[in-house]
Every structure is written in C-alpha cells, then in structure tokens.
Design a protein. Sequence first.
Length: 194
Amino acid sequence: MTEHSELTSTALGGTYVRWGLRLFIFGLVTGYGPWLHYMHGSFEEVHPAFLHNVTLWFGCPWTLSAYVAQLGGLAMIPIGLCYIVFGRDGSLASVTNSERLGPTLCAIGILSEFVIGFPGYFAVEAVWPNFYYTPIDAGKWTWLGLQGVCIAIYLVGTVVASGGITRATLDAAATDRSRSQNRARATLSPSTQS
C-alpha cells in the first residue's frame, strides 16, 4: 500500500477488495465448522426452550461467525470497487483520515466476531455450561452482546466508507450535470464555422 500521507482512493479501494476477498475465503473455510456440526449432530441435549427461539435457525452456535465473515468480506469488495472507479474518474481525488481506517475497522470487526463467536463460545460455555442449548440467559446475553460489539466495529468501517462514496457520487452527479449543460450550450450556440 502507499505511504499513509499519499493514500489514494484507488489504493484504499484495492485494500477493501483484497481484504474482502481474503475474509470471504476465511468465512468459507470457517463455514465448515457449522457444516461439520450439522453433519455430526449436537452432542448436547436440546431442551424445549431451544425449539421456541431463534437458535433453532442457528442450530450450530458458530453459524453467525461464519456468515459475518462471508457476507462482511463480500460487502467489502463493492465498497473497494466504488473507491477504485470514483478515484479513476476523478470524483474522489482524496480520502479523509477516517476513511483510511475503514478497511481496518471492517477487518477487525469480522475477525473479532470470529474470535468471540467461535473460540469465545467455549470460554462462555466454561462459565455457563450448556448456555446455548438450554438456554441460560446470562450466557446468551454475554456471548451475543460481545458479538454485537464486533459487528458494530464492522458497521463503523462501512459507515466511514459510505461517507466517502456518497461524497464521490454527489461530485460525479454535479460533474455530469455540468457536462450536460455545456453540451446543451454548445448545441444551441451559433456555428462559428465559415
């Protein structure tokens, strides 16, 4: 990547695309955890409360971690492509300091979601045994709350990017409107040919 003071929108876009692809692949690999869980079946007894809440849709506790990595990584790619396209057409000549942090925040959000959602599950399980399947509210609130914080970190990274992309689209629209007005004037003005 270019030096911090010289970071262009195209370089920033490339960072989003590269990290997005890698994190998407990471999500596909971690997706084998839930798949293996489904294939083998749950070792824990499933209590009736489990069947009446949202965890039925996430029969494996690590499903959310895999989905966040997959979808979060995929979402970083179009963000990066926007930066590349708008940087090349001149609509986004510079990036703000907060925009520079965007890909890092997104990556930290995705990777911390994995750490809290996958290995962190076992830490919470040590404090509240069988919290996911019983369910034990304190364990679920702790574990899901920490995952919510991780997703919020990712969200901040995307909101920062949204500001830059919004700025670029408004500039592109203004430039396009100006070009259209200039063409219209050129068409209406009398010919200067002899």
